[in-house]
Design a protein around this ligand. Structure first.
Ligand code: GRF
Length: 212
């Protein structure tokens, strides 16, 4: 299957899903602000955590910031239906997960096939899931990094768009490693979004090619 974003209208509408501090959200806002990413607008930031600092960042930039409380729904599918409604209200075309601590379920994935991006702070397929930095340090690998990928129904398993590596140092802590990796995240996430918006990502099975 091949999928290229062939959006011809002026701006691609982005929804960013968050749960926490939102440093990746900030990097994306900044890259749109300085025109490194053109033809895109963040229409809404949605959080599943009421006091996520990412919501404050959104508000500071005049972006709608919405908290959807998962506890307010009987099950995941109810929550996802509400999420879909909000995404549709904002004419969302691209969903960017930026520190969103929930698995995106079938309902949303099938509505947005190959239009959901995620960033994970390891070189996938190593160290999927939670506590990535701890997993990395405990395993003793000498190189780590981050991965931007399309989201599929697995956990951190979708087709890989870009990766960037950093050394793991002998005296690294989870914090120091995380800091070194975040610097790279803030580069490759905006770049991946830019490529998506420019229609330069071609997906065939697991393989993502970057078109010239
Ligand atoms: C990042 O390390 C990202 O890779 C992971 O969650 C963290 C979110 O950080 N998915 P922030 O909220 O963007 O600062």
């Amino acid at each position: 299957m091949s999928n290229i974003n062939t959006n011809n209208k002026t701006k691609t509408n982005i929804a960013v899903l968050v749960s926490g501090r939102g440093s990746n959200l900030q990097a994306i806002i900044d890259n749109i602000g300085n025109k490194n990413i053109e033809n895109a607008t963040i229409k809404v930031v949605i959080s599943d955590v009421a006091d996520a600092y990412a919501l404050e960042r959104a508000k500071k930039h005049g972006i709608d910031a919405i908290f959807i409380d998962p506890a307010g729904f009987e099950d995941v599918s109810g929550y996802e239906q509400e999420l879909l409604k909000v995404l549709a209200n904002y004419d969302t075309e691209l969903i960017v997960l930026a520190g969103y601590m929930r698995i995106v379920g079938k309902v949303v994935i099938s509505a947005y096939k190959n239009c959901i991006l995620n960033i994970h702070p390891t070189l996938l397929p190593s160290f999927k899931g939670l506590h990535s930095h701890k997993q990395t340090l405990n395993y003793g690998v000498k190189v780590s990094g981050c991965t931007v990928h399309f989201v599929d129904e697995g956990m951190d398993t979708g087709p890989i768009i870009l990766q960037s590596c950093v050394p793991v140092l002998e005296n690294d802590t989870e914090d120091s490693l995380s800091e070194r990796i975040l610097e790279q995240e803030h580069k490759i996430y905006p770049l991946s979004i830019k490529l998506f918006i420019e229609g330069k990502l071609k997906v065939e099975g697991r393989i993502v090619s970057v078109l010239k």
